[in-house]
Design a protein around this ligand. Sequence first.
Ligand code: SF4
Length: 474
Amino acid sequence: MCGVLGAYSGKDYVAEEIYLGLSALQHRGQESAGVAWINGDRRINVIKGMGLVHEALDQGRLANVKAKAAIGHVRYSTAGGSHEQNAQPICANYAQGPVAIAHNGNLTNFKILREELESRGAIFQSTSDTEAILQLLAHQPKRTPLDALRRALAGVTGAYSLVVLMEEGLVAARDPWGFRPLSIGRRGDNYYVASESCAFNLLGATFVRDIEPGEVLLINERGLSSYKIPIETSRKCLCSFEYVYLARPDSVIEGRSVYRARQEMGRRLARGEGGERCVLTDGVADADFVASMPDSGTTAALGYAEESRLPYEAAVVRNRYVGRTFIQPTQRVRELGVRIKLSPSPDLFRDRSAILVDDSIVRGTTAGLVVSMIRECKTRGIHLRISSPPVRYPCFYGIDTPSKGDLVAARCTIKEIAESVGADSLFYLSREDMVKSIGIPDNRLCTACFDGNYLEETDESESRRMVKRIFEQV
Ligand code: SF4
């Protein structure tokens, strides 16, 4: 996870707009937030802190900042620990001037990058992989920052959607595989770059287009200039999990509405064709209503209800005042966290049979606890429906899924999962139906956490050669 946002304007008020836009990207990261801008005196400035946007940043202070360009970040850690040192944007003043960078994704060759850079004298201030990109820039002191960035990215593998602030202007870059979304919006002379288009809605901007995989886009007083990262790739890998769970339903990614994709997942799930399934007790046919695990399962549940001609009822209530930061990574506190966060309505479940739709099952903790709470309501039946295939493989591209041993679908059969969560039946959406619902060609999507079809890893010696090439003719 993580959300990035950049703004470029002919006027001097974009820092506060970054604050506001980051609020729309809050679902992508709640651990820390930050905003960076460059002053007229060539100094880089940054405000960042731990917590939600309104906790970490002072809106009043940002409203008084005069800056024509600024970038921001909300963080959910996947590489490097959750502490202030790793909060972004990461900033530096180097031989070619000030630079600030904010990153969504995960660099798969970070260990090699760090070893190579440290062998050349680099001193890392954080454990975040993003700092390696900044260090690669600083180790090419004779190139312009933009040229150095393009060259640096040719030595990096994995997932990155970046916003970078340099004296040449605001830069947006997306890895050649296109793992994470990144798009451009516009309001008059103002340009915005955001992880998700929902930020444009809040800023009154209109969506212009997605940043292409492998594109480096410079925005400054001369307008938009597009460049390529000099690296060839044979496949594209837009994360399918963005459509299943990560992105906000009011976002549009690569021309496909996240809401419409989730709704279609629900419809196809209701048709019940093809996905992995298990029925422990009969009674699916006499379900009284469809409910969802809020909020992530709600859009698919609406599609399911429409297709099955059953009423949708908001029978599981979410406590909106508990954030993800509350949930600590121990089983005991995670279980308590679920009870505080989600609560079934006894009146709606008592003596009735329900279809309960969720977007995915990762560890099985949430599903198991919610089903047991529903059982306490004296339900007649509870049939769990999952609007994606079983998650059996970890993600190495910027999503904090647990290791394989902690993924319930990697350890257990579908019957064992149904038994362990206490459902009367359990159906998953098939991979084919998930891809059809997303509506983007199969060969442009990453589905590795469902099928293990990872991007072929660059072997270590080739990866070292790629990194060394960056430093040639510096
Ligand atoms: S492995 Fe899964 S979560 Fe990670 S990028 Fe691929 S589809 Fe997305």
